[in-house]
Design a protein around this ligand. Structure first.
Ligand code: ADP
Length: 219
């Protein structure tokens, strides 16, 4: 479904753009915007499916880069500001003055955090609040994403980390998704020796916490 819907939309809007290409440039640009959004969605879905296949094949590997946590969180903030603004969601960061640099797969950890923040914004109603906070204790970094969104009932707390699982909550079902974001994010955390924990209350909101060991290497 997550592959077919964007493809169908791309095909339909390409046909429409071709039909209007001579007489109505605004209609064409509207079509191109839809095609642009839908191709990005398709690109993300294909990448998720590839990641899941790699996880299953045991070939989902982590690289070892310098992960600058402050830069990563700064980018996380900027990347989701438009999405938050569109829904009038207060999107806040509460960070300690000093954040570590550690060895890990920069792109994969960033992807896991983007999935958590993207979900918090998707599953929170207009006018809500999403807060990203971080704590460092000795050799452990925790990044929490707290939202005032739909929340998740106790019977679904573990299920949402299963591949393709999407909540039975009818409000959540209206939001587009593949059910792959959380299993991939948890696998990324576990490959780094960490995990993702979830606390949630239906109707109130959720906190997803990414925990990572961050032993800084001695020079
Ligand atoms: P997707 O969002 O693409 O469906 P995920 O694997 O990221 O897939 O999430 C699985 C399910 O967990 C979602 O379908 C949704 O029902 C639930 N979920 C995830 N994040 C949240 C959140 N912050 N608040 C409420 N429900 C959530």
């Amino acid at each position: 479904h997550e592959l077919r819907t964007p493809l169908t939309n791309i095909r339909l809007f390409v046909e429409e753009a071709l039909e209007y290409c001579e007489k109505d440039p605004t209609a064409v640009s509207r079509c191109l915007n839809v095609i642009n959004d839908e191709s990005q969605r398709l690109d993300r879905s294909v990448a998720e499916i590839l990641s899941v296949s790699q996880i299953e094949a045991g070939s989902f590997e982590v690289k070892r880069d310098d992960v600058h946590v402050d830069e990563m969180l700064q980018k996380l903030k900027v990347d989701h500001e438009a999405q938050a603004k569109e829904k009038r969601i207060a999107y806040e960061f509460d960070l300690p003055p000093k954040l570590p640099t550690f060895q890990g797969d920069r792109d994969k950890i960033a992807l896991a955090l983007h999935n958590l923040v993207g979900n918090a914004l998707k599953y929170t109603l207009d006018g809500g609040r999403v807060v990203v906070s971080a704590q460092v204790e000795k050799t452990r970094l925790s990044v929490s994403v707290t939202d005032t969104g739909l929340g998740i009932g106790p019977e679904e707390i573990e299920k949402v980390f299963e591949k393709f699982y999407r909540s039975k909550n009818p409000m959540a079902a209206t939001v587009k998704g593949s059910g792959l974001g959380l299993p991939i994010a948890r696998e990324i955390a576990r490959l780094h020796g960490g995990d993702i924990l979830l606390e949630s209350e239906l109707g109130k909101g959720s906190t997803f916490t990414l925990i990572l060991p961050v032993a800084e290497e001695k020079a």
